[in-house]
Design a protein around this ligand. Sequence first.
Ligand SMILES: Nc1ncnc2c1ncn2[C@@H]1O[C@H](COP(=O)(O)OP(=O)(O)O)[C@@H](O)[C@H]1O
Ligand SMILES: [Mg+2]
Length: 271
Amino acid sequence: MREALRERGEPISRLGYFCAPFRPAGGPLRDKVIKTYRGGRDPELLEQLARRHTAYVEVLTWAGVRLPETRFLILNEAGYLQPVIVQDALDEALLMRPQIEAADLPGALALLESAAASIADFWARVAQRPERIGYHPSIRNFAHDAEGPIFFDTFPPLIGYSREDMGRLLLRFSEAGLVRSMGAVMPERIRAIQDEWYSPAGTIVGLIGSAVRLRPEDGAAILAWAREFAANRLEPGLGAEVLAELDRPPRLPAFWTGMRRLLGLEGKPNV
Ligand SMILES: Nc1ncnc2c1ncn2[C@@H]1O[C@H](COP(=O)(O)OP(=O)(O)O)[C@@H](O)[C@H]1O
Ligand SMILES: [Mg+2]
């Protein structure tokens, strides 16, 4: 692992908020994606994070979410602790965002339907769990193969943290110094980023909104599909919530959009 980190090449994506994943060119980890997160000298926070990452992978799997094999490590470099996720690499052709871009309209809607149905199933399963559990099933966090959606973004582990504590994690692990200094003066703005991830309707509307942004010419068709899906495939309470949200144009929270623009991440939104 240390060798792979020393020789790290170009990241496979620069659009992440928390990490810039890379894939080693050779060696024993060549079939893995390695994601490094902002390290520090706060062992209690990081060990809790490691435990919760394990719990989160378990709960996702229990709830029927397919994940590539994913491990969380903490490398200790003379007391400086570096969190690392090692995950089986997925074929780039399977990533959902380029598939939705390249597909014809019926193909794109079929991908969205498959993702949205899996999101609803996830929330139905975890509703009975006592912990505070979230999910960030954005188009960019999915791949899709013949068997259906594969979710791969396990960081931060959205289990067991209060809203307050998750707000602190969002700051602690942001790669961007700008976000961290903004958060110091406007912590609620950063804290609010997570709200969509803890809302079943929010995650489904978020998926629809990013699909519309990816294929603006098909916006009307995507919204028509979404209304039909919400009315017929979701349980009535959730369906009504999604329908109400769809009555206004889907959008990201304005602050988050503005922040991404400032960070230069706006081209292909990681949503
Ligand atoms: N296992 C993987 N296989 C292939 N590409 C991946 C994998 N994991 C992440 N990526 C790529 O890296 C991007 C960011 O990774 P992600 O885990 O979502 O990090 P972040 O939490 O920073 O969003 C993804 O959108 C995808 O393009
Ligand atoms: Mg992601």
